[in-house]
Ligand binder design. Structure first.
Ligand code: MLC
Ligand code: AMP
Length: 494
């Protein structure tokens, strides 16, 4: 049996999940997930790595579905709940999903897509099957596919095995001192590792309680904090920025009450994007908490972290986590001396298996001796890694989401009034980077129409926030678009 589930058996009566104002025990979670597995298996005995997509709000049903898929021997493919139909279709087709699990609210958007493909669709209130014998799941089997943007076109499926996931969880549980006394609030989307692994899986591995709200709202988060049970919180820098902005406009008494409560937390972590030192400092004055910044990626889980005990250095990501090997190399693949910049490369059982159905892309993302090339550039600075940037200008991080400029450009070029375009990210205090698009028109561009049109093609978090219509895109002598110059055009205008 998978260790996550074995642990859950031990914690039987403890509260595993709080969602939609209801508390669920570990025993209930196991029981419902067992029914999910039985319904999915449909007397087949083992799903044998069938891809099961699920579009379910963060909460009890999400976790019961994910655990059910795993127990039935399937591969869990979470779909972002704010995806428009085109993005959902990409996941269903690329992963070749056979079954889709959903809650009532997403049924209407999924139904036509499922019908066209003749897939099986199950609502989360239809897990009727009686518990059945479960297959034995070997730890090296594929467990999950997460879609992530890269330097090429559409998002790629990152495949992790049960072993990868266990290794990612075990490392964090140890490094950050998780225990069954912990109680965490999840505000993150559950189609990325930050929410799935660091928050939900680490909590449930440890016998802790994981509370959910669907989507982030500063007011709601503080309201829950004030109730007094939450003691661990993890978020992207944009969320801390928004919490600070909300706190600043409260009255003095409310501010004081919140500060008293936040001071009692055991741990607060920031990650998924660079934590500005100004946000770290401000949060410290509000909460008396020194945010622990760590570094990770969909393909590797978490790799580098500031210490739980010891100095958490502002503007730095810390040291390699136990069991994770990290090196910095130059363009020729040679290790760089301390103090010099190089690409972060990672090795260990935390590292993913493959990009789904993309052997070439998988091969290219590893060195011949098995190091995963992250594309992030860092230097070692007095015993702590410091991120300096990325090897590609076409990767943008906005609100903690990784976006591909090329994917957004490909979509924009299909608009009838757009002849060419270039997408860049520019530094932004709140969002980390803001997505901007330079457009060359082939007709008159109606900006309102374009903003509405693109929302049908891409999830909102991938859509450009600023547009500029240009006679031509800035180019070098070879005719290649110079993204740095394009960035500069937007920076100067901001
Ligand atoms: C939304 N808005 C944006 C935006 N996203 N504006 C600029 N840039 C963006 N990226 C605008 C909307 O248009 C809207 O505007 C307003 O903000 C509120 O929209 P929303 O969709 O309600 O946003 P909100 O819920 O507030 O989202 C903010 C957020 C979200 C920070 C909560 O972005 C988020 O959940 N980020 C976390 C992503 C994550 O989990 N990444 C981890 C990846 S794993 P208007 O005008 O309509 O009000 C990984 C590995 C690792 O990275 O290391 O962890
Ligand atoms: P994703 O592919 O969505 O998992 O995003 C992973 C990327 O997020 C990494 O490759 C980094 O570029 C970025 N990232 C994660 N944590 C940090 C951090 N603490 N500081 C800077 N960048 C980070």
């Amino acid at each position: 049996m998978l260790q996550l589930l074995e642990n859950a058996q031990k914690f039987g009566n403890g509260t595993a999940i709080i969602s939609n104002s209801k508390s669920y025990r570990y025993s209930e979670l196991l029981d419902v997930s067992h029914r999910v597995a039985a319904t999915l298996m449909n007397n087949k005995g083992d799903l044998n790595e069938t891809r099961v997509a699920f579009m379910v709000n963060p909460g009890f049903d999400y976790v019961a579905t994910q655990w059910g898929i795993w127990q039935a021997g399937g591969i869990a493919v979470p779909i972002c709940i704010s995806y428009p139909a085109e993005s959902i279709e990409h996941v269903l087709d690329d992963a070749n999903c056979s079954v889709v699990v959903t809650a009532g609210e997403y049924f209407d958007i999924l139904k036509p897509l499922v019908n066209q493909r003749e897939l099986r669709i199950i609502k989360t209130n239809e897990f009727y099957a009686d518990k059945d014998g479960l297959p034995e799941i070997e730890i090296d089997r594929r467990a999950m596919i997460l879609y992530t943007s890269g330097t090429t076109g559409k998002p790629k499926g990152v495949v992790t095995t049960h072993q990868n996931i266990e290794s990612q969880i075990k490392t964090l549980v140890r490094a950050w001192n998780w225990s069954s006394d912990d109680h965490i609030l999840n505000v993150l989307p559950l189609h990325h590792v930050h929410g799935i692994i660091n928050v939900v899986s680490c909590a449930l591995w440890s016998g802790a309680t994981c509370q959910f709200i669907n989507g982030f709202k500063a007011e709601k988060v503080f309201e829950i904090f004030l109730k007094g049970n939450i003691n661990v919180f993890m978020a992207v820098p944009t969320i801390y920025y928004k919490l600070i902005a909300y706190w600043e406009q409260l009255g003095l008494d409310e501010q004081k009450e919140l500060t008293n409560r936040l001071t009692q937390f055991r741990l607060m972590i920031s990650g998924s994007a660079a934590l500005p030192v100004s946000v770290m400092d401000k949060w410290k004055t509000i909460s008396n908490q020194t945010l622990l910044e760590r570094y990770g990626m969909t393909e590797i889980g978490m790799a580098i972290s500031n210490p739980y005990d010891g100095e958490r250095r502002p503007g730095h990501i810390g040291q390699p986590l136990p069991g994770v090997q990290v090196r910095l190399v130059d363009d020729s693949g040679n290790r760089v001396p301390n103090g010099e910049s190089g690409e972060i490369q990672v090795k260990g059982s935390n590292v993913f298996l493959e990009y789904w159905k993309r052997p070439e892309a998988t091969k290219e993302s590893f060195t011949t001796d098995g190091w995963f090339k992250t594309g992030d550039v860092a230097r070692m600075d007095n015993g702590s890694y410091k991120i300096l940037g990325r090897t590609s200008v076409d990767i943008i991080k906005s609100g903690g989401y990784k976006l591909s400029a090329l994917e957004i450009e490909e979509v924009l070029r299909t608009h009838p009034s757009i002849k060419d375009c270039g997408v860049v990210g520019i530094p932004h205090e709140e969002w980390g980077e803001l997505v901007c698009a330079g457009l060359v028109a082939s007709g008159k561009i109606d900006m309102d129409e374009l903003s509405e049109w693109i929302k049908l093609k891409l999830p909102s978090y991938k859509t450009p926030r600023e547009y500029k219509v240009l006679d031509d895109l800035p180019r070098n002598v070879m005719g290649k678009v110079t993204k740095k110059e394009l960035q500069q055009l937007f920076i100067e205008a901001s």
